[in-house]
Design a protein around this ligand. Structure first.
Ligand code: APR
Length: 310
């Protein structure tokens, strides 16, 4: 393939993302992890599925970063996942250390890459990757909104018994309990769900979306969600690799947009070959704005805490 994506962290999210990237024949994949044998084993296993899955993407696994040389995109999933009873924020100091170390190594080998951050707590980890990499803000992007809106779309489709393909959903704000799902901008075949569902039902779907990650953690007990997070990261990567210019909700470094300054917060962005090519500003009602401000305040708090810890 003429494109290369490095996935750091060959755990559940990373290996699933590697599988999807390869099976969609989007790029070659370098899978990296600190556990000896793990990335090598998963890469070989994925390579051995290729003849059956009918793709020619090369997948290599390693503990070092040589294989990541000149990647177009680096997806960082390295870190520890949540266990029941833990919030994403509980992962803060451990994952910040991992993120810093990984970013330093990645940047040396791929100075022109776009970094997609997946590790939690997402918005805070974006700050670590942004500050450590020294990359311009368009090349450090957090995966959150695509996942959160996919969850809301799933719940809308279940509720109305319609194809998921007919649904769109918008979720803004930080990737945490304060995320801001926007029912007015969430539709079924172009019809806002506010026309199709009662306020009570919408509130219930929105609540389930905000707690969507915790619902999976509660069921799995030993880790957190990975199929949908991997799909979300790969949708972002695809839009960049193919310069599709999809509008997707992602965590982006804001400098005044939505009245927020110097923070990574989830907003709609246009993703193309240059990473974030535009932050789309949509008009929000007073209540929506207040919810976004509250969510941004939660991200800011975490960023301050991170400063104290590191
Ligand atoms: N360098 C490379 N890999 C690392 C490092 C490091 N410094 N530290 C940890 N890892 C690897 C682990 O060895 C592990 O294989 O990261 C992998 C993480 O995989 P899992 O434990 O399976 O976690 P996963 O479910 O994939 O979640 C990863 O994504 O959604 C977020 O909250 C989640 O932060 C978590 C991340």
């Amino acid at each position: 393939m003429d494109k290369k994506v490095t996935v750091v962290g060959a755990g559940y999210v990373g290996a699933t993302a590697a599988q999807r990237l390869a099976e969609k024949e989007l790029c070659d994949v370098a899978l990296i992890d600190i556990i000896e044998g793990l990335p090598q084993g998963k890469a070989l296993d994925l390579a051995e599925a290729a003849p059956i899955e009918k793709h020619d993407a090369h997948i290599t696994g390693s503990n070092g970063y040589e294989a990541s040389d000149r990647s177009d995109i680096v997806i960082i999933t390295a870190g520890i996942p949540r266990k029941p009873g833990m919030s994403r924020d509980d992962l803060l100091s451990t994952n910040a250390g991992i993120m810093k170390n990984v970013t330093q190594q990645v940047v040396e080998r791929s100075p022109d890459a776009v970094i997609i951050v997946v590790s939690n707590p997402l918005d805070a980890m974006c700050h670590v990757a942004y500050e450590t990499s020294g990359f311009p803000k368009n090349r450090v992007i957090g995966m959150a909104g695509v996942l959160d809106s996919a969850r809301l779309r799933t719940f809308i489709s279940m509720e109305l018994d319609v194809s998921v393909e007919n649904t769109t959903a918008f979720v803004l704000g930080g990737h945490g309990d304060t995320m801001v799902p926007l029912p007015r901008y969430s539709t079924v075949a172009g019809i806002p769900i506010t026309e199709l569902l009662s306020k009570e039902r919408i509130d219930a779907l929105v609540k389930r979306t905000a707690a969507g990650g915790a619902e999976i953690v509660g069921l799995l007990k030993t880790g957190s969600a990975y199929y949908a997070p991997a799909s979300a990261a790969v949708e972002m990567a695809e839009s960049i690799l193919k310069d599709k210019k999809k509008i997707l909700p992602c965590s982006a470094y804001l400098e005044g947009e939505y009245g927020i300054n110097g923070l990574f917060v989830g907003v709609p962005v246009k993703l193309g070959a240059n990473g974030i090519e535009e932050v789309i500003e949509i008009t929000l009602t007073k209540e929506e704005n207040a919810a976004l401000e509250k969510s941004a305040a939660a991200v800011r708090e975490l960023k301050e805490l991170l400063k104290k810890l590191t």
